[in-house]
Design a protein around this ligand. Structure first.
Ligand SMILES: Cc1cn([C@H]2C[C@H](O)[C@@H](COP(=O)(O)OP(=O)(O)OP(=O)(O)O)O2)c(=O)[nH]c1=O
Length: 195
């Protein structure tokens, strides 16, 4: 499918998964990654946090792209009131996956849009993910693949992390990092893209 747009679109992301999902809109876009430091953000709760980070990334790129419409996103994994960031070490990745094993967690992805006339919009999608029991040797084998390190929560639902999933409630693409169906609706509503 291809939609019409009169906007010059910029995806504020270095993530190849977000690029692939955004390409489903069938409109031309360019990529410019932001260099925002995420951890210094103060927020009321996790939804507020992820939304603020998405907006910061998007504003950062917007400041370099006058006249263009910028879309950015941020994804977090929340387990028992705790944020499970991208793991920095194998030990941290193992600890994340041990927590997620046999349990439910939430993946939240916020999307921010800054239009060419600098109107800012954002929304958050939440998907509940239920993990199967993960035997320790399986966790260790997975962490050896290095798959966890660029991913919130330390797993990829679209990679071998698929083997851990019992079920999900919500949009699969929210877990991968860009709820493209909701983003499509929002972009139609804002008339950034048209049929
Ligand atoms: C839970 C989960 C997360 N992830 C990814 C999505 C995000 O890319 C990443 C969370 O990090 P983010 O900080 O949201 O994004 P990023 O640093 O990868 O890219 P950018 O800021 O440039 O847009 O975790 C998966 O790919 N699969 C999964 O199952």
């Amino acid at each position: 499918m291809k939609f019409r747009t009169s906007h010059q679109l910029v995806l504020a992301s270095a993530s190849p998964r977000r690029k692939e999902l955004f390409a489903k809109l069938g409109v031309p876009f360019e990529i410019m990654a932001s260099s925002v430091e995420e951890t210094s953000v103060q927020a009321r709760d996790f939804k507020d946090y992820v939304q603020k980070v998405a907006l910061l990334k998007t504003q950062d790129v917007a400041s370099h792209c006058p006249g263009k419409t910028i879309i950015g996103a941020d994804t977090i994994v929340v387990f028992n009131d705790e944020l499970l960031h991208k793991p920095k070490t194998k030990e941290e990745a193992i600890r994340h996956l041990e927590k997620l094993s046999s349990n439910r967690h939430q993946v939240m992805t916020a999307v921010a849009i800054i239009t060419k006339d600098r109107q800012a919009e954002s929304f958050v999608e939440v998907t509940d993910v239920y993990f199967k029991n993960l035997p320790k040797p399986m966790i260790e084998m997975y962490v050896q693949t290095n798959d966890p390190f660029d991913k919130a929560g330390g797993y990829g639902i679209q990679t071998a992390g698929a083997l851990f999933i019992d079920r999900i409630e919500g949009d699969y693409n929210t877990v991968v990092g860009l709820p493209i169906a909701s983003l499509f609706e929002k972009m139609m509503e804002l008339k950034i893209i048209e049929l």
